[in-house]
Write a protein that binds this ligand. Structure first.
Ligand code: 5AD
Ligand code: SF4
Length: 495
């Protein structure tokens, strides 16, 4: 495996990659001439918002090299899976779909297949793919995504040996899988192309990696140490997005509350938000994910004063039992968490709070789950994502002795889920009859006479409208509650 690290200063890196885009273009052009039609690429995202943003970067580079983008794997000449490994079922989904890609490739031998993302940072995964999925053309990881254009050239170079010209760098391995995984990086490459999925909203990375080492979590091992982007780079990117019609932004990081601490000129996340607030054209600001242990009073104050920060907060709880929280290395107690929720609700009464919960952590008993259920009731979550604990090799929790067999977890999981759903329903009902601002996201899939809008609190509302409304903010009355969403009607002119 190629573990080398390129030591060029990163300012030059983007330029270098643009040169590779030019080289890749030649290959795409040649292949498209051979087939007598444009080439299509499909980037399939597994996992979180961070991965979704990475996929937009991959798509940006693919578009620049001449590919057209498609959502359909069947129609694609190049399929890229941007993978997740946070729980084992994410890995299994990838293996399952790879089987399908293999049969596609048998029918369409020129099909190229690339794998990237968190799952590829695991040595055992690479070994398995090398052995059992030999039809994969390219594999890279989370730390070198910025050199995708370069890797494309290497991949093409491998595949079309007879076409290689002096312009295209020669490669040592021919006709085999190209694998380039870095163990870690301290670099952030700016200014690469991005192809946004939505015209009106966008994610923005503010930091990469994670230093928290929650004992169950594989993210610090696959995404590396925490690195914050310079505020001026973030603000510049948001200004450009605003100029391009983006009205809603989501600031992304594994733990946004520790943003900026390690910069040469440290700045807090709250201070960054204050600056983002000033950017004209941006109407809504979201962020994720927040770690409860780092949530400052300054941040609550900024959220309270802001007219743009959405009244929604995703605040992962993981467990309500102090004993389990300690074993998870979460560094807060049930009481501290609930106090934070109290302060948030006091400052922003209509805030919606959502969470993540893990059931079946090593050593967890029904008593512990009851503690979690108690927090769900007290915190009154608008929604909670509940997960069954998944053992991730290499994490401290995987080495703990008292692993709980999955079948024993189900009753506790079901009990928790029931409370979560009841609480969410009660919370949703509180909005009935209210008039709120919705950002229209898309045409309703079931009923073409409706559009779907998102409220500041993240709730969805379906109401009569058409495609020309997409990307606009409108006042909508919330008439009928359907559990997790509303139907309603527009009550004012477009804003
Ligand atoms: N098992 C189950 N759930 C996990 N998560 C992270 N690691 C694991 C694991 N090993 C959940 C956490 C996190 C969310 C993104 O995924 O709840 O907040
Ligand atoms: Fe999956 Fe976590 Fe990686 Fe996101 S950061 S893709 S959730 S493993």
């Amino acid at each position: 495996m190629d573990m080398k690290k390129n030591d060029l200063p990163y300012i030059d890196e983007a330029k270098l990659q643009y040169d590779y885009i030019e080289k890749a273009k030649q290959y795409v052009k040649a292949e498209s001439e051979r087939l007598g039609r444009p080439l299509f690429a499909s980037v399939i995202t597994f996992g979180c918002q961070m991965n979704a943003r990475d996929s937009e970067k991959l798509a940006g580079i693919l578009e620049q090299t001449g590919y057209r983008l498609t959502d359909s794997e069947e129609d694609a000449d190049f399929v890229i899976y941007n993978t997740c490994t946070v729980r084992d079922n994410a890995n299994q989904r990838v293996y399952g779909r790879l089987g399908h890609l293999n049969s596609l490739k048998k029918k369409k031998p020129h099909l190229k297949i690339a794998l990237c993302g968190c799952m590829m940072q695991e040595q055992s995964v690479i070994e398995k793919i090398r052995k059992s999925y030999r039809f994969v053309d390219l594999i890279f990881g989370t730390h070198n995504l910025f050199k995708f254009a370069q890797l494309l050239v290497t991949m093409f170079d491998n595949a079309f040996v007879e076409d290689s010209s002096e312009n295209i760098p020669q490669k040592s391995v021919r006709g085999s899988m190209v694998i380039d995984i870095w163990k870690e990086t301290d670099r952030i490459v700016e200014d690469l192309p991005v192809s946004r999925k939505y015209s009106y909203k966008s994610g923005i990375n503010i930091m990469f990696g994670c230093n928290n080492f929650c004992s169950y979590c594989i993210v610090p091992y696959v995404r590396g140490r925490e690195r914050s982007r310079e505020p001026k780079e973030i603000l510049r990117e948001i200004e450009l997005l605003a100029a391009d019609g983006v009205v809603e932004i989501m600031l992304l990081g594994q733990n946004v509350n520790s943003y900026g601490r390690n910069l040469e000129n440290p700045i807090s996340f709250a201070q960054l938000l204050r600056e983002v607030e000033q950017i004209d054209g941006i109407r809504r600001i979201r962020f994720m994910t927040s770690h409860p242990k780092d949530f400052s009073d300054e941040l609550i104050q900024v959220m309270k004063e802001s007219s743009k920060i959405c009244h929604h907060l995703h605040l992962p709880l993981q467990s309500g039992s102090n004993r389990i929280l300690r074993k998870m290395n979460r560094r807060y107690t049930k009481e501290q968490y609930l106090e934070l929720v109290r302060k948030l609700r006091e400052a922003i009464p209509d805030i919606a709070i959502t969470t993540d919960i893990i059931v079946g952590f090593p050593g967890e008993t029904m008593e512990d789950v009851e503690e979690t259920i108690d927090v769900v009731k007290q915190a009154a979550y608008d929604n909670a994502f509940t997960f069954i604990y998944s053992k991730r090799t290499g994490t401290p929790a995987a080495a703990m002795e008292d692993q709980v067999p999955e079948e024993l977890v189900h009753p506790a999981f079901d009990k928790l889920l029931k409370v979560v759903q009841e609480t969410a329903k009660e919370r949703a009902l509180l909005l009935k009859g209210k008039v709120m601002e919705a950002l229209v996201e898309e045409r309703n899939e079931q009923d073409a006479s409706l559009v779907t809008g998102r409220l500041s609190n993240n709730m969805l509302v379906h109401f009569p409208g058409d495609v020309s409304d997409i990307g606009k903010l409108m006042m909508v009355s919330l008439d009928e509650c359907h559990g997790f969403y509303y139907t309603g009607r527009r009550i004012e002119k477009k804003r």
